[in-house]
Design a protein around this ligand. Sequence first.
Ligand code: MEV
Length: 302
Amino acid sequence: MAFGGGKVILLGEHSVVYGRPALAAGLTRGVEATARVAEADALRIEPWGLDVSPDPQADQPLARAFHALLAPYGASRQAVAIDATVDLPSAAGLGCSAALGVAVAGAVDQALGIERDAEGRAGAALTWERVFHGNPSGIDTAVSAQGGVIVYRKGEPIERVHPRAPLRLVVAHSGEQSTTKEMVEMVARQHEKATERLDKTFDAIAAIVRNARLAIEAGDLRALGQLMDLNQALLNSLLVSTARIEELCTAALEAGALGAKLTGAGGGGCVIALVDTDASAEHVLRALEQMDAEVFEVEAGA
Ligand code: MEV
């Protein structure tokens, strides 16, 4: 069995596409996949009930992604049938497509007897991820394959971060779906029009990420929470937040969260709220549930 983990971006989404560092953490929820040698290539995805065949010309992105992932294995390889089970909401900022790519690559490797480390698997999954969004920084596949808490910077080896205190997060789904591709393209259009202003915003986010790393390593969750709020304000200035996300963040903070922000591409998807005690976790969970959000608690990077 191969696993691709879901992820949360703690800080630094979007600016990471422009070469700035970002902090991300793996989730224990994700995608499991098994593969066996078969007559023809096939991918079954549950609980979606989807049967996918690799096809570079298909309208369905999953068929194109499956083809892109298999192509580097070469024409002389044996065919593989893969069963994948997804335990993550899609289009929610929790790295579902990257987790699927990492799990499928891992399962294909196992069926064909190929040994590859986590970095290699992340690289293989990046060809899959490129189909879904044209310009991925690589952070989603890296953290999906590696797990833990990492600092990611495009083109550089990942740096592992060791939290001094558990990073307890309440995750709330806004109920709004968004596509990473569209959000990344929207920020790219802004960057084209107002390069200097956006570069300044990205630099400010990079400084927040550096300080957040120190806060995580020192176990200073209050400081981390404040930095998450600052990051959220800057993400809002990039127009990737929504009224619903802002409401959820405010409700989480009022209920005692130390910080709250969107995670992933924004435009909908999930909000993460940092909590430090059972009581605050309970309050925040209840407050967000009352706003009709689907909520769950995770320890980031555990
Ligand atoms: C998506 O999870 C994170 C973004 O920064 C895009 C990327 O890094 O590829 C929005």
